[in-house]
Design a protein around this ligand. Structure first.
Ligand SMILES: [Ca+2]
Length: 389
């Protein structure tokens, strides 16, 4: 190889490296992740968090919405449910090391409750989160898909730090419609209504991701709902043998050693929840995660869609195949009835509204099929690329 050829190769490698290197996104994640699972959708969501190397996961709060492990009289089996096993498995698969701790076990008594009267052993989640915010030189994204309790308690304890260091909150809880008063009758809201309502008062940009209505063959999800329906087998079998076993450990509520199980070889996937004559599962957070990471959706084949950083799409030559599948639009949100309902106005809301709602300008069918492909490709990527811890 001549000197010129060497220089060209070096230049190509450098350019490639620069394009492939996505900006890192500091993130604090709160999920009601349990083993055995309450609903395995949280396992799929947490897998997506770990599948995106650009997420610099500062810490994970194991949301304790129902306070299961401290309720008197609760069976030992439930006390042990909190999601240590899936987190340790995902760290093992990706080679990352992430701090985690359980959240507060009881609902906030008012929107200004700091949760300081709750048991000392359950203060670790909020304290860990505040310590991470204090130490961070960059603004941090917060992302939740369980109760809003620990984020709200953190804001109530140190509002100035919160406003200074939090870039945005992605809240996967509650219900959005175009216009009108909306009762927030939703699982994640009902875990802690005061905490949910508090997130609209922090002064920090709120990316509000509506959990309902659920998409189904009989009832469309609607333009503000993030959820989509998957063929579970398609997602699970897209992954490496370790990733397949991560999901199967969850779905079988296995009591075997979580890390050894990852290398236990081929396992049958148990039957998915039957729905409209087909087995599947609802998934909520994939699109909000793509948005938080700065990824967009691109078509690579007839039915093959990937969530990629724009620079990566450029490198792959598919930047022109970008699909406008979802966005966030400004919304005006006011309390209608405290802790119960919100007055929402999407059309005509000022562009600089602190609240932006997830929105998808495509049909339910298009959204569902594209997102299923995106999720399968993310499952395929999980743990394949070397990641920075
Ligand atoms: Ca959840």
């Amino acid at each position: 190889m001549t000197v010129l050829q060497c220089a060209l190769v070096c230049l190509l490698l450098l350019t490639h490296g620069a394009l492939a290197e996505a900006p890192r996104v500091p993130i604090i994640y709160s999920s009601d992740l349990y083993h055995p699972p309450a609903d395995p959708d949280d396992h799929f969501d947490t897998a997506v968090l770990f599948a995106m190397p650009e997420f610099d996961i500062r810490c994970v709060i194991l949301d304790n919405g129902k306070g299961r492990q401290v309720e008197p009289g609760v069976k030992a089996e439930f006390r042990q449910r909190i999601g240590r096993a899936p987190l340790e498995q995902l760290m093992h698969i990706t080679g990352r090391k992430v701090k985690y701790a359980p959240g507060l076990p009881a609902a906030l008594t008012s929107t200004s409750d700091k949760g300081l009267e709750q048991p000392p052993e359950h203060q670790k989640g909020v304290e860990m989160m505040l310590a991470e915010l204090r130490a961070s030189e960059q603004k941090v994204t917060l992302f939740l898909n369980g109760s809003c309790r620990d984020f709200a308690a953190a804001f109530n304890r140190e509002p100035e730090l919160f406003q200074q260091k939090v870039k945005a909150i992605y809240c996967n809880a509650g219900i959005v419609v175009d216009k009108g008063a909306v009762s927030q009758i939703d699982y994640n809201v009902e875990l802690d209504p005061a905490a949910f309502f508090r997130l609209f008062e922090t002064g920090v940009p709120l990316y509000w991701c509506s959990t309902r209505p659920k998409m189904s063959e009989r009832a469309p999800g609607g333009p503000y709902s993030t959820n989509f329906w998957i063929h579970e087998q398609r997602i699970i079998r897209a992954g490496s043998p370790q990733v397949e076993n991560f999901f199967i450990y969850c779905l079988t509520s296995s009591q075997e050693d979580p890390l050894k199980f990852l290398d236990s070889g081929f396992q049958k996937i148990p039957m998915a929840r039957a729905f409209a004559g087909d087995g599947g599962r609802f998934i909520w957070c994939t699109a909000p995660f793509c948005h938080a990471a700065g990824r967009s959706i691109y078509r690579q084949g007839i039915a093959d869609f990937h969530a990629l950083q724009p620079a990566e799409a450029e490198r792959l030559g598919i930047a022109a195949n970008k699909v406008e599948l979802f966005d966030f639009v400004p919304a005006q949100v006011k309390t209608k009835e405290p802790l119960k309902s919100l007055e929402i106005e999407v059309k005509g809301a000022p562009a600089d509204s602190m609240v932006k709602v997830f929105h998808r300008p495509v049909t339910d069918t298009d959204y569902r099929s594209v997102m299923e492909s995106v999720l399968a490709n993310l499952a395929a990527e999980l743990g394949r690329k070397p990641q920075t811890p």
